[in-house]
Design a protein around this ligand. Structure first.
Ligand SMILES: C[S@@+](CC[C@H](N)C(=O)[O-])C[C@H]1O[C@@H](n2cnc3c(N)ncnc32)[C@H](O)[C@@H]1O
Ligand code: SF4
Length: 445
């Protein structure tokens, strides 16, 4: 039986080994924040990590400083969705959930975001920004004008590096050729679209509101508008999905000529409508053996078409890797702005209050909207490096491992789960299916 690691530290929300609920990590879904401790391996990561957590209101975070010369990213969280997909536990709100709460309008959120970016720039003395990632939620609900205003707020407070990567997530149903043309003109360089599947019965089960063909069509529209970098997200292992369904989804992705694909094993998150349906026996739980088989199918088809894995749940053409997410996975530095966003600077990880009303209130009162933080010590940092870097195709540098860990790594090499590549340890094809278990073994005391 495979014990497959699920979601991963994906795009967006930068996650960290935060014991909060918003980050991304393994072949599973993306972070709403960099190492998101809300998903699959990310969760495992947060259990392994022994960081000291503080969670309170009006939190006095330790001094936040950017390291000069090191790449710096901004993650901006848009907490709005038109409706909620049954599997999703991201920090996002529908109009019905926000009704009657004046601080939670798009205008109120944008005003608060401007204030946070202003405070961030003052705190950090405005380092040049190498990557911006607008994630959600559904950023495309803001329209191209709203997303241009978000980028204007960044430019009003920071200098964008000349070759900055500027990504926005978008839902296929709220895009059009004019939307992409306006986004490109506003300065966005990359678009990430949630496709999930090309099978209508799978989309229905996931509560997706777009048609099977809309996401690939949107990707082509984005390319026609001048976007060289376009990602499509897939979810695999949904109950009722067949091998043929997944193969057809991959074929549709390939026909859209994107340069990046993120594919996540479906995670049944506690507290979601999907979890309630599984609990009531209305649908089967996701099967680990099926997930492993589907991952192999995906990987074989993508790599045969020239999209190679560079992180366990991410594939790209040469030059198509997401620089913002590489920052998360390489322990880089970023500020996360917006409700529930996470940031990481030096040894400090922190996260904002989650509710848009509260977020706006804290900023209107003149303070940073921080809900909690953790300071990572050397052990925490070590766990995080092993957890994240082993998932990457470049591999985990052996220099990071203690002698006892190196001995355990040799066992994993003998078992065919890792290979040595120069001074690094790289997951084999089989090892990619077992990344979480390999990390646990390496770090075992
Ligand atoms: C939070 S969404 C934001 C993007 C956009 N709102 C959308 O849905 O297309 C980012 C991606 O996370 C992935 N995701 C979210 N929840 C997941 C889950 N429970 N299991 C697997 N993947 C998930 C989906 O692939 C989704 O496209
Ligand atoms: S549209 Fe995206 S962020 Fe919104 S509920 Fe669905 S998966 Fe979550």
């Amino acid at each position: 039986m495979w014990s497959m690691c699920r979601r991963s530290v994906k795009e967006s929300p930068g996650a960290g080994l935060v014991a909060a609920d918003t980050w991304p990590i393994l072949p599973r879904k993306p972070p709403a924040h960099p190492i998101r401790a809300g998903q699959g391996s990310a969760r495992n990561a947060s259990r392994v990590c022994s960081a000291r957590l503080v969670d309170m209101t009006a939190v006095a975070v330790p001094p936040l400083r950017a390291t000069p010369g090191a790449p710096f990213g901004l993650y901006l969280h848009v907490p709005f969705c038109a409706s909620r997909c049954g599997y999703c536990d991201f920090n996002t709100y529908t109009p019905a959930e926000l009704a009657g709460q004046p601080g939670s309008t798009v205008a109120g959120w944008l005003e608060a975001l401007r204030r946070e970016l202003d405070l961030a720039a003052q705190t950090l003395e405005a380092p040049a920004v190498d990557t911006v990632f607008v994630g959600g939620g559904t950023p495309s609900l803001l329209g191209a004008d709203g997303l241009a205003a978000v980028l204007d707020a960044v430019r009003a407070n920071f200098t964008l590096a000349p070759d900055a990567e500027v990504t926005t997530e978008s839902n296929p149903e709220s895009t059009s050729p004019a939307f992409f043309a306006d986004l490109r003109a506003a300065g966005y360089t990359r678009v990430s679209l949630g496709m999930q599947s090309a099978a209508s019965h799978v989309l229905r089960l996931l509560d997706r509101v777009h048609s099977p063909g809309r996401a690939p069509a949107a990707a082509l529209e984005a390319r026609d508008a001048g976007f060289d970098h376009v990602n499509l997200d897939l979810i695999y292992g949904t109950p009722g999905e067949s091998d043929d369904d997944l193969a057809a989804s991959v074929d549709a992705v390939l026909a859209a000529e994107v340069d990046h694909v993120s594919a996540y094993a479906l995670v049944v998150e506690d507290g979601t409508a999907l979890a309630r349906r599984v609990r009531r026996g209305e649908m089967p739980a996701v099967d680990d053996d099926v997930l492993a088989h589907r991952y192999e199918l995906l990987d074989a088809r993508l790599s045969a078409a020239g999209l190679d894995w560079y992180e366990v749940s991410n594939w790209s053409r040469p030059g198509g890797q997401c620089r913002h997410n590489l920052g998360y996975w390489n322990g880089g530095q970023w500020w996360g702005a917006g409700p529930g966003a996470h940031g990481h600077l030096g040894a400090v990880r922190w996260w904002n209050v989650k509710h848009p009303n509260r977020y706006a209130d804290e900023l209107a009162a003149g303070g940073l909207p921080v809900a909690g933080f953790e300071e990572l010590d050397d052990d925490d940092r070590h766990v995080e490096q092993v957890l994240l870097r082993i998932r990457m195709r470049d591999g985990l540098p052996t220099a990071l491992l203690a002698p006892e860990e190196l001995r355990r790594a040799d066992d994993a090499v003998d078992a065919g789960l890792l290979v040595r590549s120069g001074e690094n340890l790289v997951l084999t094809d089989r090892g990619r299916l077992l990344a979480d278990a390999i990390v646990r073994d390496l770090l075992a005391d």
